[in-house]
Design a protein around this ligand. Structure first.
Ligand SMILES: Cc1cc2nc3c(=O)[nH]c(=O)nc-3n(C[C@H](O)[C@H](O)[C@H](O)COP(=O)(O)OP(=O)(O)OC[C@H]3O[C@@H](n4cnc5c(N)ncnc54)[C@H](O)[C@@H]3O)c2cc1C
Length: 411
């Protein structure tokens, strides 16, 4: 028998489950379909920017995330081989300075985040399945899905299908929505480490030295999510049996002696590396479908924006759906317009960050030294970075131009 719902959401990751939670509260009937049976550590987003924290509050998941261990960070240090450690630490940024009432970024493990939201959606009455194989997605005037779970095949129809199915979105393919991608700039690997109790629980840090740039985001109790950027020419640098040990060793840096706590830590999950790049869609909707989160295009992970982007997508799309009985494509035009500019600005910020922090030669090192010296005298040079903390819409448009890029990189 075919079941009918208001919404069928394909993908029960962050975006899909968060949307289900907010929409079920408005009385919508929802079918949530998730492919995996277990949320594994895929080395994905675990740091939510302050502007994303605001979005979790507006969507209504913030208290839930805090109740399962969501952990705020308070300080940011930017180390570099060209900057003495004391100078870097004296310039520590207070992370509560970006948005009023927001203590700082929020860290929570990605599998735990997904499971918490999925469980909450189920508790609130969403019809939700795991281990689902979606074999057919029909869009247009009569959206429908065929899926199998527990050896049985089902058909379901809905007023709208939401594609929250991540980077390789089947919904995006079914809707024939083109995905634009830029070229990868460098490799980006990450791993979870335990036993790093010497690293302060509320301090995040980044830094570049030699052929490696690190990022560290503590999650509490000596657990830290660490990332490293390295050259595309060395894409196999951390593969094989010794990869995790070599990755940890790369964190030992003269410019940031505290990194020894990370290097001496124990792997608590897989090491995974990705090409770092950006992608976007012109119109993340079609007749019968709307895309949210990575399915609609993702930002380069170097600036950690994916969760904040996804939560804002959830907030905007849910507000539009709750505010109108007519769910035809024209409803999503304001979402497409806002998202397009948001992603353009974040793409700009990520690209500038990549060029500055993740190029590994003498010229890049000299450029960073020059940048740090100038930024100390003129803090507006780093304004693009405020976009990733406070939200891209809060920064004036002139900081997303080739002129600003040239000012940062060329002086
Ligand atoms: C290395 C790396 C580091 C990152 N670090 C950060 C960070 O620190 N901060 C940050 O904000 N962002 C970060 N991100 C980005 C962030 O993880 C993503 O933007 C975010 O997880 C997107 O959420 P989503 O719900 O759209 O997609 P996903 O998290 O990918 O979830 C999609 C879900 O859909 C399911 N699915 C897929 N296909 C189907 C199907 N056909 N049927 C049913 N279910 C399906 C999947 O199993 C999955 O559960 C990082 C990304 C990478 C690659």
């Amino acid at each position: 028998m075919t079941q009918h719902y208001d919404l069928i959401i394909i993908g029960g990751g962050i975006g899909g489950s968060a949307l289900a939670i907010t929409m079920i509260k408005s009385g919508a009937s929802i079918l949530l379909l998730e492919k995996s049976t277990v949320y594994e550590d895929l080395v994905r987003g675990e740091w939510i920017a302050p502007w994303g924290v605001v979005e979790t509050q507006r969507v209504g998941t913030y208290d839930l995330l805090r109740s399962v261990g969501g952990h705020h960070l308070k300080h940011h240090v930017h180390y570099d081989e060209g900057v003495p450690r004391e100078v870097a630490e004296a310039a520590t940024l207070p992370l509560d300075a970006f948005l009023p009432g927001i203590p700082g970024p929020l860290c929570i493990g990605h599998p735990k985040h997904c499971q918490t939201l999925f469980d909450e959606a189920t508790r609130l009455g969403v019809t939700a399945f795991r281990g689902v194989d979606v074999s057919d997605i029909t869009l247009g005037a009569n959206p429908a899905v065929r899926y199998s779970v527990n050896g049985e095949t089902h058909d379901a129809t809905a007023r709208l299908i939401v594609g929250a199915d991540g980077r390789a979105s089947a919904t995006r393919t079914a809707a024939d929505i083109a995905l634009h991608q830029d070229k990868p700039h460098h490799m980006f690997g990450g791993m979870l480490v335990d036993g790093a109790g010497g690293w302060k629980d509320d301090v995040q840090a980044i830094g570049t030295e030699g052929d490696f740039a690190f990022l560290a985001f503590p999650q509490g109790d000596g657990r830290v999510r660490i990332y490293g950027s390295y050259s595309l020419d060395e894409r196999r640098r951390f593969s094989g049996d010794e990869g995790a040990a070599a990755f940890l060793e790369a964190f030992r840096m003269k410019c940031s002696p505290e990194n020894e706590h990370l290097a001496n830590g124990t792997p608590a999950g897989p090491l995974r590396s990705y090409f770092n790049n950006d992608s976007w869609t012109d119109e993340p909707f079609a007749k019968g479908a709307v895309l949210i989160g990575d399915a609609a295009g993702w930002n380069d992970p170097i600036v950690g924006q994916g969760l904040s982007i996804t939560y804002r997508d959830v907030r905007i799309v849910s507000e539009l759906l709750k505010g109108s009985d007519d769910w035809s494509p024209v409803l999503f035009a304001p979402y497409a317009e806002e998202r397009s500019e948001r992603m353009r600005r974040l793409r700009f910020a990520a690209s500038l960050t990549s060029s500055l922090d993740a190029e590994f030669n003498e010229a890049a090192s000299a450029r960073r030294a020059n940048y740090f010296a100038r930024a100390a005298a003129d803090p507006t040079l780093g304004t693009h970075a405020i976009a990733v903390m406070a939200g891209p819409e809060l920064v004036p448009p002139e900081f997303f131009t080739p002129e600003h890029r040239a000012r940062v990189l060329e002086g």
